[in-house]
Ligand binder design. Sequence first.
Ligand code: SF4
Length: 567
Amino acid sequence: MTEEREILEVDVLFVGGGVSCLSGAIHLANLIEAHDKKVQEQGQGEPLGEVMIAVLEKGPFVGAQAMSGAVMDPSALKELVPDYLDKGAPLEAEVSQEEVCLLTRTGRIKAPFTPPPLNNHGNYVVSLSKLTEWLGQMAEERGINIFPGFAGVEILFEDGAVAGVRTGDKGIGPDGEKKPNFEPGIDLKAKVTVFGEGPRGSLTKDLIKKLNLAEGRNPQSYVVGVKEVWEVPEGRFKAGRVVHTMGYPHRSDTYGGGFIYGMSNNQVAVGLLTGLDYRDPFLDPHREFQKFKLHPFVAEILKDGKMAQYGAKTVPVGGYFAMPKLVFDGGLLVGDSAGLFVSQKIKGLHTAMKSGLLAAETVLEALLKQDFSEAQLSRYQTALLEGPVGRELHKVRNFHQAFQKGLWSALVTAGFQYILGGKILRDRLPAETDFSHLAKVGQVYGTASPSPEQKGDIKFDGQRTFDKETDVYYSGTTHEEKQPPHLKILDLQVCYTVCAESFQNPCLRFCPANVYEMEADDKTGQKSMKLNFSNCLHCKTCDVKDPFENINWVPPEGGGGPKYTKM
Ligand code: SF4
């Protein structure tokens, strides 16, 4: 029997309550108001009147699942809210000191100058969760309807065009049965739907596949960022100080690096990015991050401090050539869903926000013409690619691909590419999917391969280093326990056979929240996969890195997941 569902019709639907969608929604409300005022004053044209704009957010509140480093270029924020300082934007500190260094196992070589792409003059250290929450409040004040705690689970199509999304049912038990509190999801129908779900959004993934939006593009590549916010003794690390590191604990064939950003109130954001195109099946990004904190340089900063919050998230780093087609009948892609992160600058907030602003301008024109076709919406893609965002991404278009030859050759190539404005490596360098880079255990460790446990090279002391369970506790993550797991393992036999034999189940290591656990039966020794899904940080690493594409991340019941307030 088909479920009776409530249908809610809106004009414009933004899927995802992150900075790209919120910027887009606020800007659209401003543009509509300005248009109607002009019509009224000049007596020409048609007012748009009441336009219903909605934002769907799967987290329990706006900002709860927003996480980034982060150092923000404020250009797009300034365009959206010119008086953002007077309006109390929650900026931690203006960048006042910056350094780049290479870490060896115990030492540090400081670069004599900051490479131009990492020059942060005029930028701000921010907590993305705080900034997002602030934009959410502003959106509500502008009359935008925000639906927190509702996850989009299915794209609605009408006559081949995107027509909105269906939200997930609530109150489904672990075996799929309806519980007494069952509530069917709502069909949110819209004239135009803007997808800004963040990295590896589940609806965006479906959309890209269904509409072939990635045809002729490089596959998207990702890094996973594992981060903690620490409270450190007064005067230890100045607010506005920004440190980027290369080298230890990563080997030269692993893409990524560390960061330490001084926040307000003696807080420090410390994190490690690990490229998910890594080869070593025993690599554990969370463990590498713990090792990073034990490096003498980092350890000295954190000494006598206290960890306050933990989180993890993927970031799309494939760049210009991995951006999918961004428009289609009835909708468009913005922010990380569009792959707008500028890897060389380690920044994506300004491009995400700018994409929201451009989306709003295109949607305004579409509303005026009542034309939501791909042809009409394609103005967005043109404006994005031909404007500052496209130019910035094009200039460093082969940055990530160059790293697949190792750190040193990439630094030289990428440096020249930046300096020469992209005049070398003009043509697209190819890229492979991240998971395809994973080598088998035997290829890396030979026949006498250590077990992952034997390879464990640090102990967690609960003071400076933490196991995954403890860290997850500090992310505020909770889920309704009585629901089906939202990590869909397509074929468990793959886990027990080829994946165990070739890779010793890398999900046990690449997940930064210990969601995947292999349990052995006391009597038979037979192993079975246990899913601690309520730990899930929604980082999407498993969806990206599983070597058999055997894990599909789908949204859990709305409202579940991390509850970040400082990330
Ligand atoms: Fe990330 Fe997947 Fe682990 Fe969830 S289960 S924390 S999405 S790797």
